[in-house]
Design a protein around this ligand. Structure first.
Ligand code: SF4
Length: 203
């Protein structure tokens, strides 16, 4: 498995925001989002065995793992046996994905956090994958401007039966006040979040 980095910190977003978490960042991405903050994951990382990664997770004593990237599902073949072992050890796993690769085969042993790419990212997710999300999963919209907000409203209107929890996060440094006021005014069924890991002292 090709790995960019591993570290323990607090989960910065999603359902488990604020929880101690073992992060496994896999290398490589099939997108190039305009505001990507992990471009260093595009490069080839270090080849590591599943046994080696399991040993490190076990030694960390953290019982919650977030597998991120890059796009971690690009390494799905290697990921599946790792997930089976973590699931057997009753370690909770989130997989963060950009919504371009099918994920039903990882859902039995992990929660999927699908990032829906909005126009300001310059990229696009495969929206049909929203149909595969369950109550155990979540969706994230990162909003950079009004066009992104309008896109999100359109997506939510088109996928009314979405079972996953919906999170909305402003692109770091953009107008948070406007976004909060608009969500409240329009009664959107979403949870607003600021990315905790942008705060000083949290990686
Ligand atoms: S999908 Fe994620 S890692 Fe890939 S370019 Fe977009 S923000 Fe960066």
């Amino acid at each position: 498995m090709n790995v960019t980095e591993t570290f323990v910190s607090l989960q910065g977003e999603g359902k488990h925001q604020g929880k101690p978490c073992f992060f496994l960042r896999l290398s490589g991405c099939n997108l190039r989002c305009a505001w990507c903050d992990t471009t260093y994951a595009f490069e080839k990382g270090t080849e590591r065995s599943i046994e080696d990664i399991i040993k490190e997770i076990s030694e960390s004593k953290v019982r919650y793992v977030c597998i991120t990237g890059g796009e971690p599902l690009l390494q799905k073949n290697e990921l599946l046996p790792l997930l089976t072992i973590l699931s057997a050890a009753e370690i909770a796993v989130d997989i963060e994905t950009n919504g371009t690769i099918g994920f039903t085969d990882v859902q039995p042993s992990a929660s999927v956090c699908m990032d829906v790419k909005c126009p300001s990212s310059g990229e696009m997710s495969d929206l049909s994958l929203l149909n595969d999300l369950t109550e155990n999963d979540s969706v994230k919209f990162v909003i950079g401007d009004e066009a992104d907000y309008i896109y999100m409203v359109h997506v939510l209107a088109s996928y009314k039966n979405l079972r996953a929890e919906i999170f909305v996060t402003p692109v770091y440094g953009t107008d948070t006040k406007w976004l909060v006021e608009t969500i409240i005014k329009e009664h959107l069924p979403v949870r607003f979040q600021i990315q905790l890991h942008k705060l000083e002292g949290i990686q």
